[in-house]
Design a protein around this ligand. Structure first.
Ligand SMILES: [Zn+2]
Length: 290
């Protein structure tokens, strides 16, 4: 009856998967948000610069300590501004993937602008690490059919911005490696001391408990545990300690395939799952006339 309720089939020996991913945004979203304005305040921008300056190296160090390879989504502008970032990610054997150029909102731009953004990003990746990204994650996890088309035109292997399922699926032939807001660090820890902050930063101990519970639930449903962090948010003391505890649990649990989003996408595309969980990309009709 429920066409897509079948369990996802992981490679032999695995019953679920886990991907550690980081969106290396730094100050790029702030620059996009304030584009064209004169900015004379340093509070948020310096907080965000902590990511490229310090946070990322701590997160890469944690991955090395844990013996895992992660997926790192880097806006082109960040890569260009901090030219050590992409080589450090690729040099550590991790996946470096696209995440917009200025961390722009893709739904505010047309096809030509989105084409330009992707091409500019690809050019930076090629010049710094010698290869184009195969994975894409949209800034702020917003996507449009236009951008999806731009990705397919460039033969991206996968997108990782949507939440239509809690394991990989296919949208118009492009692999979707889904994300989840409740295993993203931003809703819990992002705090810039301004009107957008609804509550103080969460206690890492309670986040560890919630994320561990989600990890167990993912195993029960043969799903994908896609952790998303931001080095400017989670590259700090007690959050790094929390991630160490979480990753220790993930890496020592049998039957969990701990890998990159790229590897998951490559497996998905050649497995029977690509057909079982194939969907058509479509927008909903907003005609509500009776
Ligand atoms: Zn981002």
């Amino acid at each position: 009856m429920f066409k897509y309720a079948a369990p996802y089939q992981w490679p032999k020996g695995y019953t679920s998967a886990a991907v550690f991913s980081a969106d290396v945004d730094g100050e790029s979203p702030y620059i996009w948000r304030n584009r064209g304005k004169t900015v004379e305040t340093l509070g948020e921008i310096e907080q965000r610069r902590f990511g490229p300056r310090v946070g990322l190296s701590r997160i890469l160090g944690l991955c090395e300590e844990m013996g895992i390879k992660g997926s790192f989504y880097v806006p082109g502008w960040i890569a260009k501004t901090y030219p050590e970032i992409l080589p450090a990610i690729a040099g550590g054997g991790h996946e470096a993937a696209a995440h917009g150029y200025f961390h722009e909102r893709v739904d505010e731009l047309g096809e030509a602008e989105n084409d330009l953004i992707l091409d500019r990003s690809i050019k930076v990746f090629k010049s710094q690490i010698g290869k184009a990204p195969v994975g894409y994650r949209s800034p702020s996890w917003e996507l449009t059919p236009t951008v999806h088309k731009c990705l397919r035109k460039r033969r991206f292997l996968y997108d990782s911005s949507l939440m239509g399922m809690d394991h990989p699926y296919s949208l118009d032939g492009l692999a979707e490696i889904p994300v989840q807001w409740f295993i993203d660090d931003a809703p819990y820890f992002r705090y810039v001391g301004g009107p957008v902050d609804k509550a103080p930063p969460a206690n890492p101990a309670s986040v560890l408990e919630a994320w561990t519970e989600e990890f167990e639930a993912t195993r029960e449903t043969n799903g994908l545990f896609m952790i998303t962090i931001h080095p400017w948010i989670s590259g700090r003391g007690q959050r790094v300690r929390m991630l160490r505890k979480l990753l220790t649990k993930v890496c020592t649990t049998r039957g969990v395939w701990v890998t990159t989003a790229e590897e998951v996408a490559r497996y998905h595309q050649k497995s029977a799952n690509a057909k079982t969980f194939a969907m058509k990309l479509k927008l909903v009709s907003t005609d509500v006339s009776l």
